[in-house]
Design a protein around this ligand. Sequence first.
Ligand code: ZN
Length: 718
Amino acid sequence: MAMSRGSAFLRVFGSALAAVTLIASGCARPRPAASGAGCNVLLITLDTVRADHIGAYGYRKIETPNLDRLASEGVRFADAGSPVPLTLPSHATILSGLLPPHHGVRNNGAERFPEDPATLATQLAAAGYRTGAFIGAFVLDRRFGLVRGFDRYDDDIPRERVADLDAERPGRVVTDRAVAWLSEKSEKPFFAWVHLYDAHAPYTPPEPFRALYADRPYDGEIAEVDAQVGRLLAELDRQGLADRTIVAVVGDHGEELGEHGELTHGLLVYEPSLHVPLLVRAPGVLPPGWVVETPVSLVDLAPTLAGLVERPFTATAASPLDGRDLSKRLRERREPGAQDLYAESLYGTSFGWSPVFALRQGEIKYISAPRPELYDLRHDPGESQNLEGQRQGEGKELATRVAALAKSGAKSAAPAAMDAEARARLLSLGYLAGANLGGAKGVQGKDPKDAVVLFRAFEEAHGALVAGRFADARSQYERLVAADPSNPVFVGQLAETCRRAGDFERAVALYRQSVAIAPEDRDARYNLAVTLQEAGRDEEAMEALTAAIRLDPGRPEAHNALGIALALRGDLEGAREQLVEVVELDPHNSRAFNNLGNVLRDLKRPEEAQRAYRRAVELAPDYADPLNGLGTLEVQRDNPAGAIPYFDRALSIAPGLHEARLNRAIAEELAGNRGAAIAAYRDFLARSAGDRQLVEQRRVAQQLLARLERSGSDRGVS
Ligand SMILES: [Zn+2]
């Protein structure tokens, strides 16, 4: 929505009027040397998959033949823990061997992975591997920094259709891309990371799993993910690479499925969110069918995989590794040494609630929260009996250590550049781009476990909003705001719902309330500004935008909105400066390139305008507006016949883009196609009837049509 006005504001037609090599790759040494040097590495991350919903982990209500096969051919880690139940921070850990306080990515969408630490990708790229990543959801978009070290980072998730909020792509598509890349011939070994997002809510498995798991769609999604793992394994088999490829499959976090009051994941750090599958198959290197019982953390995975291919991480003083290289012990079939497992979630801080931190020592788990918890997982795996009051000594020691760990992050990662679209897309995934209102800085808010009833209602309201059920979403958010009027997320989401439903007045009032609650919240201020803009309150919008940019100068969409406001006032040069800023901050933003093209066109700089429009089309081939822009440029340079295919393409993508229809009629007329022009004007007038934004254009079209019709009858032609 924020961008729609930006893309529309200049769409007016006014200016238009005037082989073999594979054998060489892989492990260099002969078998049965227990070395993986030179082996390929295939890392598959399964989003939102609980360990205890997989056959190999003892779950009897599902069939996961491919994961089970990996378990029988490789090592299964019975007790692997995620350090954070959030996708981006967890993947940052999986790839880097650093805990969240040390890589600094604590929330989805809030920070960018830093430039300096080594990752599995940078490490293996430096060792001569070809590297490719295939991403299933926008939450891991390249802008969040995990792109470093990858030759190919395929995060091509549809970005332009904001309205349907389609922010993920099916694992089948991700796997197609990965299989195509794997089949490219190369003499180098490969490192491929494949991210399968399907098991994330909402659960909508495709057939045959939809029917097979009709009553358990979450399991159906896991069965689908298993099938995709099977396709990847089959591709290795087909190429004869299975013996020379180390395959690791890991969950980034689990899912509560209603346990502890949470439907999905993110807020709490109980075991259903943290206990994940971890399987590593390394033929000839690791013993097949072995089960490691000792608890391990996902932070150990990257150093271990690097160790298995004998390219160990070189930790620096600036970034000492948190994870351990377990490869030597595993090769010798020895259990890893015992280590404490750390976990955290700062997600609650987005709601003004407290963060939570956990430290697990063997079977004793301590959770640091306003009301601390202590569990004995051996006797109480469901974490239902808080022993904190009874065993204070143990609690105190763990409390001290977890507090030190949580605060030990020297760096805080750079805030990620996020545009409105990015936010919309993250939101459609069920994530709020965290404002980290208090977080590690120690602000004490409500204990998340006491907020879980509200959180669950929020999850449901959010589901309604994402599904476009605005009336439902609105009444649910109204109740949440009534229950917790100072919660910036609830107020903000109610405002967002009103805005999407077209009630700008209420939305503006709520955003003003949101700004009053959290004056430092950059989102609230920005949202207020663009809602004012959408409501047509341009002067107030300008004021609010200036305030938003003062608070957050690196935010691309604020510059975009300011560019629009300036263009509306006729300050084209000022608008151009703002839009150039946007595309520098966010070079994948096709809408900003389109807006820039519009401004450059009106500044009579057609070559630059053409470059900007073309970039927009490259980024988003099914985005109609820049095609319309390219057509108008052709008309301006006296090539009306060359313009028509652009308008046709624009209209085939967006039949409701009536400006393109009018532009097309004008081009037909200028090209001398009188009959086609008359038909096109009539078509425009018929289809745009009642469109209040096109009143002026319709008036002009009527005049042009009348003149054409007259000119025909003058000459006696009809
Ligand atoms: Zn995830």
